[in-house]
Design a protein around this ligand. Structure first.
Ligand code: HEC
Length: 169
């Protein structure tokens, strides 16, 4: 009996936190960002539909990365103002497509390519290299067949060291 009461408590707590997340998602909806580089109406390279990209982020990524990309302790790193720096170093671009949260996402490769391109422009436009070519569905298809697993954080650490040693182009 006691055990049942305890697990019911746990379920209720889970339902309550799911409800809170739902409210947060609804709040985020009313503050839809999706500002294209170059101002409203300008096209974002590799983002066919900014609204869809933003919704995909809201439903599939922001639970860990938060609406503003600042991450959450223990769940996901802060990517705001830094994520595009991975594009500067060898292996960094592949890492963005192979990191578990991306590679194992239920999103299609087309939608993932779009949300990655959107994310780069949304959270770190200043670090996008001038010669950046947007991710494509084909590239994501290829990268996600080799998802990173437990080694992801090690790969991340090594890339960050490389980034620190690489002068800004
Ligand atoms: C369950 C939590 C979680 C979800 C959901 C998630 N991520 Fe992540 N993400 C992480 C963690 C943790 C890392 C750090 C690498 C690692 O250890 O996996 C990371 C790393 C990243 C990185 C590399 C940036 C860096 O600083 O390492 C990108 C880009 C990224 N995630 C994008 C996404 C996108 C896009 C989605 C949605 C399709 C997503 N993530 C969903 C937890 C998550």
């Amino acid at each position: 009996m006691r055990r049942n009461a305890k697990s019911r408590g746990a379920v209720e707590a889970a339902v309550r936190s799911a409800a809170v997340l739902g409210i947060m998602a609804a709040l985020a909806v009313s503050a839809a960002p999706a500002q294209a580089p170059g101002g409203p109406g300008a096209a974002t390279p590799g983002v066919e539909n900014p609204r869809r990209a933003w919704q995909d982020w809201t439903l599939n990524c922001q639970g860990c990365h938060r609406p503003d990309g600042h991450g959450s302790a223990g769940a996901a790193p802060d990517i705001a103002g830094s994520v595009a720096r991975f594009l500067r170093v060898d292996g960094g671009r592949d890492y963005l497509g192979r990191v578990p949260g991306v590679a194992t996402s239920p999103l299609s490769s087309r939608d993932l390519a779009e949300v990655l391109n959107w994310m780069l422009w949304r959270f770190d436009p200043a670090d996008i290299p001038a010669n950046f070519q947007p991710f494509t569905a084909e590239e994501i298809d290829r990268l996600r067949t080799r998802p990173l697993r437990n080694e992801a954080s090690q790969v991340r650490r090594e890339l960050l060291k490389k980034i620190d040693r690489t002068p800004i182009r």
